[in-house]
Ligand binder design. Structure first.
Ligand SMILES: Nc1ncnc2c1ncn2[C@@H]1O[C@H](COP(=O)(O)OP(=O)(O)OP(=O)(O)O)[C@@H](O)[C@H]1O
Ligand SMILES: Nc1ccn([C@@H]2O[C@H](COP(=O)(O)O)[C@@H](O)[C@H]2O)c(=O)n1
Ligand SMILES: [Mg+2]
Length: 240
């Protein structure tokens, strides 16, 4: 179904096969699609566009982003795209960028934005959902600008899991998932990168009124009770 719609979407979009155009085409029903496309091709009606609902999920290493994303997906039906997981998937698939990504992650540094944004874009475009949690992104100002240029959609919500450093270190060292960056040396570097490069992005969204800060201490359920009303409010808003 998605493949067919993608190929048809080239009729809708004029010069660039944008995410919005592809999303718009997905939102048409199969039946109305053929008629709609034909009418658009003749210039009778404008393409129906629906912008996806985007949540960026930010916080230091081990602050609990991935853990809370699982709960948000279960409760609110988002699609979870973890930038770190997408990069690890590239390493595992032995892609051309795999070795570069592995070295960057081991060093606790940030992978060039275009690489990460293209991976996010690919998963967004192949999803039937229009609600995305983009976890661990944007980590830098360069990430943010690159997303803006390539995907051209503003986030609706930016969550910031604010966790004390010593708690983050403790959680990462206990994580036990075999990650190459879960060691004290790399964690120290990741914390430095977070402070120097990610905090400015968090401040950027705070100034634009998009930031929701969660106190990321306590049990997983207690933390989720701070998250829940944010999305409930958006659901009510959409319904009302
Ligand atoms: N509230 C919590 N209390 C105690 N441990 C937690 C809590 N939330 C998550 N954890 C545990 O802490 C570890 C790190 O959590 P998680 O992987 O969700 O963090 P993250 O922010 O995604 O980290 P990273 O940026 O490194 O991917 C995991 O082992 C997780 O089970
Ligand atoms: N936007 C991003 C996100 C991640 N990375 C690299 O992956 C590492 C692990 O990320 P997690 O979100 O799983 O913690 C991270 O330390 C970076 O090396 C990135 O470059 N850009
Ligand atoms: Mg994570």
């Amino acid at each position: 179904m998605w493949r067919r719609v993608v190929s048809l979407s080239s009729f809708i979009s004029s010069s660039r096969t944008s995410f919005v155009a592809q999303t718009a085409s997905r939102l048409n029903t199969c039946e109305s699609l053929t008629t709609g496309i034909a009418q658009q091709a003749k210039g009778v009606i404008a393409p129906k566009e629906k912008t996806p609902f985007i949540t960026f999920v930010l916080g230091g290493p081990g602050s609990g982003k991935g853990t809370q994303c699982i709960k948000i997906v279960e409760t609110f039906g988002f699609t979870h795209l973890s930038a770190g997981d997408l990069l690890r998937r590239e390493i595992a698939s032995n892609s051309a960028d795999g070795a570069m990504i592995l070295n960057t992650i081991k060093e606790g540094k940030i992978v060039p934005s275009q690489v990460t944004v293209k991976l996010i874009q690919k998963d967004m475009e192949s999803s039937d959902n229009d609600k995305f949690l983009i976890d661990g992104f944007p980590r830098t100002e360069e990430n943010r600008v690159s997303f803006d240029q390539i995907i051209s959609v503003e986030p609706n919500v930016v969550l910031f899991f604010d966790c004390p450093e010593e708690e983050m270190v403790k959680r990462v060292l206990n994580r036990n998932q075999g990650r190459v960056d879960d060691n004290l040396e790399t964690i120290k570097k990741r914390l430095q990168v977070f402070e120097a490069l990610s905090l400015p992005v968090i401040n950027y969204y705070s100034q634009r009124g998009k930031l929701y800060t969660i106190k990321a201490i306590g049990t997983e359920d207690e933390i989720f009770e701070q998250v829940r009303p944010i999305f409930t409010a958006f659901e009510l808003h959409a319904a009302g």
